[in-house]
Design a protein around this ligand. Structure first.
Ligand code: ATP
Ligand code: MG
Length: 381
């Protein structure tokens, strides 16, 4: 449903929402006052812990209001906040720099004044017999008005959404360019140090053999044999390089089969549940395959787990994946190159990754990649 669609919403329902907003009024006042007092007290430091505690409460209130407004307007309202870094102080700095935090404060001003007045009027109109007709015709439009203002203040507008999207795309493009350049350098090095060096040796050996054929045919023959075995090693190395670009198991068995093969190689039992189309875009398949491979390698290296699981599901143009284990937890993206490499690979396709790994476990790495499929059929394994 689009944002401006006007669904049928009952008078009693909107009056219930109005009553909730009236009940929340004192909470909004307290949180607003605490926000202002804490902001003032920041100059003497006491305000910092106060703000760390009170800003999440402001977000929770704004979230409740978004849920109410989305019911009245009949369209989901998504939270506009930027992601928070770990750590209380870093989180506080990020909240302070996020325009959505300031809009929460602006919304509280509205919710304590005109917004509150609208909800109170809707509620009071229903309570007296003489005003019932006004309530009958006015309750829904009034609450729609209030919810529309709530939406305008509490959600990102079209321009802001587009600006964020451009930022995200600029960042992911830079990542892709870096990643592709690094990948090209790796392939260049692999070819240079492996097959290229061997083929040079083959050419040299054959040249020497050519000179020797007249005077010492036995030595020439030995040189040709050596060149032959060197060329077959070169071929093998070339296969290795190609395999690093697009694993052949993907071409042979598809994503489901390739992931099951990875799971079978693990020392602990790994439950695999795959529901994906027969063919996804090859670069996405490849990125997801490497993501599963890296997560399972991490389980083997770091987790001390007794079991693990892999889930891949494709629905509505989005491939969702998860690798989890019941190990000791403590996975930190950024402390090695594996997890951050997965995030960078997936970002190239507008994908996102999140890691949940509290001390003591379990560790779950989840990702989502938007992608089209070339076949609607799904396989299970
Ligand atoms: N499943 C897991 N369980 C427990 N700890 C984990 C798990 N996965 C990762 N970690 C921790 O998170 C860190 C980061 O993982 P990451 O894969 O990014 O790097 P790495 O495995 O150490 O090195 P690389 O992948 O670059 O070879 C690891 O060093 C490890 O301490
Ligand atoms: Mg790793």
């Amino acid at each position: 449903m689009d944002e401006d669609a006007q669904p049928r919403v009952g008078r009693l329902a909107v009056t219930g929402y109005a009553a909730l907003q009236v009940l929340l009024f004192p909470v909004v006042v307290v949180v607003f006052v605490l926000c202002v007092v804490s902001a003032v007290l920041v100059v003497v430091w006491v305000g910092i812990p106060l703000l760390v505690a009170v800003l999440p409460a402001a977000r929770a209130l704004a979230g409740t209001e978004r849920a109410l407004a989305s019911r009245v307007l009949g369209a989901p309202l998504s939270p506009p906040y930027l992601p928070l870094p770990p750590g209380a102080l870093a989180g506080l700095r990020a909240r302070a720099a996020d325009p959505a935090t300031w809009r929460d404060l602006l919304w509280m001003l509205w919710a304590m004044t005109l917004g509150f007045a609208i909800s109170l009027v809707v509620l009071v109109l229903m309570l007296a017999v003489v005003t019932l007709p006004i309530w009958w015709y006015g309750a829904v439009p009034l609450m729609r008005l209030r919810s529309a203002v709530d939406r305008a203040v509490l959600c990102t507008g079209r321009t802001e959404r587009l600006e964020r999207r451009v930022d995200a795309l600029t960042r992911s493009r830079a990542t892709v360019v870096d990643h592709s350049a690094a990948e090209l350098r790796r392939i260049e090095r692999d070819l240079h140090d492996g097959p290229q060096a061997r083929m040079a040796a083959v050419a040299l050996g054959l040249g020497l053999a050519d000179d020797l054929f007249e005077d010492d045919p036995d030595a020439a023959r030995r040189l040709v044999q050596e060149a032959r075995s060197t060329s077959s090693s070169a071929l093998q190395e070339l296969r290795g390089v190609v395999r690093g670009i697009h694993p052949p198991v993907l071409a042979d068995r598809g994503l489901g089969g390739a992931v099951s093969a990875l799971a079978l190689d693990m020392a602990i039992p790994v439950e695999v549940s795959v529901g994906v189309p027969d063919r996804l875009p090859p670069p996405v398949e490849s990125a997801v395959y490497f993501a599963v491979a890296e997560c399972l390698a991490n389980v083997g290296k770091h987790a001390r787990a007794s079991q693990a699981w892999v889930t891949l599901q494709y629905a509505d143009g989005v491939l969702r994946g998860e690798v989890g284990d019941d190990g000791r937890g403590g996975a930190r993206p950024g402390s090695g190159s594996g997890l951050s490499g997965i995030a960078a690979r997936l970002a190239a396709f507008d994908g996102t990754m999140e890691v949940s790994s509290p001390a003591g476990g379990p560790t779950v790495v989840r990702w989502e990649v938007p992608c089209g499929s070339s076949s609607p059929r799904t396989t299970r394994s």
